[in-house]
Design a protein around this ligand. Structure first.
Ligand SMILES: *Cc1c(COP(=O)(O)O)cnc(C)c1O
Length: 435
């Protein structure tokens, strides 16, 4: 990809931290139909998808609905996830309850979950982090026993699929074949923020298995989503900017330089975009942005297939690194064919989540790789209870496994703009840090 004749690194270029589908300038223009909700439903293979201002806005719509249906106050969230999830719960007047993740995993720890679930649990929120499909059967069993809803956080997993039978133990009736994530529980949501697969700059979507619940969420959306034209104009400009700037030659200026400046100042949560404000805007997404998303969506299946192929080539190299685990990847699965490392679970690979043996090794690797523009970074900086700005809503709490993830994890982009030479440099640097 690099132009011949130029030293690597001579022209500044930057790999984005996740493999977002780049919006093409040509997709900014054209006829409006068909609309995004219908195309998104077709893409996911479901009857109906609702579009919202963001992933967290979709979560607000879902939770406000569930709250109306069942007079309970608590929502259980994983201790290692996006802080916006906490703000969405708070915005609904509900109480976030933090459940630790299982050791070396982003999935809810079933024992801790069982201990926290009770008569006041409205919903449990398992997360399909980094496009990897969470194993939901233990969560579904605990939630059902407590009479709680299950809302799947698929913000990073738009297009991930799972064999329905994989959750069969807890499902009423499991259809044959695969289905989208978000259908094993009661509802689910996706994010269309910049860099998260499909992007409207900011946007989101929700779905629900049961038609009656879909009608309830749609009613909530009609009630709470009030048009804000000034805001939509601003978001449209931002989407235009994204289409122009989401490319390797522009990303150093809009992404890389601000990231590295914040890292130098020690503002790590700001560096990776972990700091958010209330309230979460709930306006509808305008027709132009929906149309841009609809046009880009037509390219998403081929794009995701290419990412899966690239992942299949690169994952074994990462899994071979001494003492390193790749979250959501079992090397033995690679032989099963299909998308890399899956089988019944057909997740996505927007980036790779690596656990290094020690925090010191992770920090050394980041010190070397963060400045290089190769798409190596961190996901969430802290476990949820360790964000100072969430303190008003979350008690100080021990969640050792989430803290361990925050301390030992780094991510490597699976963007197609990370070429083999760049990937080899990352692997070489990791090998050096692991010696
Ligand atoms: C990004 C993200 C969200 C929130 O989505 P927005 O569209 O940014 O509001 C929620 N959960 C997870 C795991 C995320 O990564």
């Amino acid at each position: 990809m690099r132009r011949p004749g130029l030293e690597p690194g001579f022209l500044p270029r930057e790999v984005p931290p996740t493999a977002g589908l780049p919006v093409r300038v040509s997709e900014l223009f054209g006829p409006l139909a068909p609309d995004l909700p219908a195309l998104a439903a077709q893409f996911l293979g479901v009857e109906e998808v609702g579009i919202s201002a963001s992933g967290s806005a979709a979560l607000v719509l879902i939770l406000q609905t569930l709250r109306r249906l069942r007079a309970r106050r608590q929502v259980i969230v994983p201790a290692y996830t996006c802080p916006l999830v906490v703000l969405a719960v708070v915005q609904c007047g509900l109480q976030p309850v933090v459940c630790d993740v299982a050791p070396g995993s982003f999935e809810l720890d079933p024992d801790h979950l069982a201990a926290l679930s009770g008569p006041d649990t409205l919903a449990v929120l398992p997360t399909h982090l980094g496009g990897r499909v969470a194993r939901l059967y233990p969560v579904l069993a605990v939630a059902r026993a407590a009479g709680a809803f299950v809302v799947e956080d698929a913000a990073q997993a738009f297009g991930a699929r799972v064999q329905a039978q994989a959750h069969a133990q807890a499902l009423v009736a499991a259809p044959a074949g695969t289905q989208s994530v978000g259908l094993a529980g009661d509802a689910g949501f996706f994010s269309f923020a910049a860099g998260k697969g499909l992007s409207l700059y900011e946007g989101g979507a929700w779905l629900a298995r049961d038609a009656a619940l879909r009608a309830e969420i749609a009613a909530t959306a009609r009630q709470l989503q009030t048009p804000a034209w000034g805001f939509e104009a601003w978001r449209s400009l931002q989407l235009l900017g994204l289409a122009l700037c989401y490319r390797p030659r522009m990303l150093p200026y809009v992404y890389g330089l601000p990231l590295r400046r914040a890292v130098r100042r020690g503002q790590l949560a700001q560096a990776v975009g972990d700091v958010f404000d209330l309230p979460i805007p709930l306006h509808p997404v305008g027709a132009w942005r929906r149309a841009v998303g609809a046009r880009a969506l037509r390219r998403l299946p081929a794009f995701q297939a290419a990412l899966a192929q690239q992942a299949q080539r690169r994952l074994p190299q990462l899994a071979r690194l001494p003492g390193v685990t790749v979250l959501g990847y079992a090397p033995a699965d690679a032989a099963e064919g299909g998308t890399a490392g899956d089988g019944a679970y057909q997740g996505l690979w927007p980036f790779f989540m690596l656990l290094l043996p020690t925090p010191a090794q992770r920090d050394a690797a980041l010190a070397a790789l963060w400045p290089r523009g190769l798409g190596v970074t961190r996901l969430f900086i802290h476990a949820l209870p360790d964000y100072a700005y969430l303190r008003p809503w979350l008690p100080v709490q021990n969640c050792p496994h989430a803290r361990d993830l925050a301390a030992r994890m780094l991510t490597i982009s699976n963007s197609p703009w990370l070429d083999d030479a760049g990937f080899a440099r990352i692997v070489a640097e990791l090998e050096r840090c692991l010696r």
